[in-house]
Design a protein around this ligand. Structure first.
Ligand SMILES: Nc1ncnc2c1ncn2[C@@H]1O[C@H](COP(=O)(O)OP(=O)(O)OP(=O)(O)O)[C@@H](O)[C@H]1O
Ligand SMILES: [Mg+2]
Length: 259
């Protein structure tokens, strides 16, 4: 079910402001792609164009193409709601519905999509999604407790369970570990390593070690100055990007000389 994404000549605007310019890159299926770069260079903005969440912001628009297995997500007749169902997203701060039970949190996306499912199927789905998110063992005896009763790391895995319960083809993660302790971070990283067998995964991270640990390919974005658009500087296999980047700016960034 994993899909390939091909981005061509993508310009991303907020009203008149060109936030990200001329991005062209491929995101390979069944692999993890990391987006790195200094604050404000447009990583989150670009990530949100991959499931058409960007357009939710008034005045926000794109030029160019984002093709999933060859089909332009911005083409005529493409339903953005269907796109968001196929391309799931996990955010920086775990955002389970606080009063909803753990089980209902897992099912929230499925219910939102108006899919009627039987009680038995719902139970099976809750278990498989929580297994997939590596949380089942910790919560199986308290599925009726509220989502807010979990630790931050557990809440983030609950959000991942909610995202994978709708069986997306691509999973986008925007700094999913930035609010987590090192142990929970490693748990999420292990989970990402497992999920990539089935999904196409894109992760934004400020943590260079994390990018090096979890990703197969890394894309470095940069910004020349305030008010200027962010740009993709280079993208390649993570090992090469960290050991022998072709661009000076990439080397400076990953070695901590700026950013
Ligand atoms: N909703 C918005 N409306 C207008 N401009 C926005 C909006 N969101 C982001 N921007 C602008 O777009 C540019 C890119 O922001 P973005 O959040 O994508 O950067 P980022 O690389 O994710 O940064 P960070 O590492 O801090 O999360 C910035 O100049 C930002 O101010
Ligand atoms: Mg961001």
């Amino acid at each position: 079910m994993a899909k390939r994404i091909d981005v061509k000549d993508l310009n991303i605007y907020y009203g008149d402001f060109l936030a990200v310019a001329e991005v062209g890159m491929a995101v390979e299926p069944r692999s993890v792609t990391a987006f790195i770069g200094p604050s404000g260079c447009g990583k989150s903005t670009f990530l949100r164009t991959l499931n058409r969440m960007h357009e939710v912001i008034p005045g926000a628009r794109v030029e160019g193409t984002v093709a999933m297995d060859g089909v332009d997500l911005y083409g005529d007749g493409v339903d953005p709601v269907a796109v968001r169902r196929n391309v799931g997203m996990v955010f920086q701060r775990p955002n389970p519905f606080p009063t909803m039970s753990i089980a209902e949190n897992v099912l929230a996306g499925v219910r939102l999509n108006n899919r009627k499912i039987s009680k038995g199927d719902a139970n099976d789905l809750v278990e498989s999604a929580l297994q997939g998110a590596n949380l089942w063992k910790e919560v199986k005896d308290r599925l009726a407790r509220p989502g807010s009763s979990l630790s931050g790391g557990q809440q983030q895995r609950l959000c991942i369970a909610r995202a994978i319960a709708v069986k997306p083809q691509v999973l986008l993660m925007d700094e999913p570990c930035s609010a987590l302790d090192p142990i929970s971070t490693l748990a999420i990283e292990d989970l990402i390593a497992e999920l990539k067998n089935d999904y196409t995964i894109v992760i934004v991270t400020h943590n260079m070690q994390q990018a090096a640990r979890v990703s197969d390919r890394t894309a470095f974005f940069n910004i020349a100055g305030t008010g200027m658009p962010g740009r993709l500087i280079e993208v390649g296999p993570t090992g090469t990007m960290f050991s022998a980047p072709t661009q000076r700016a990439t080397e400076d960034y990953i070695s901590g000389r700026f950013g």
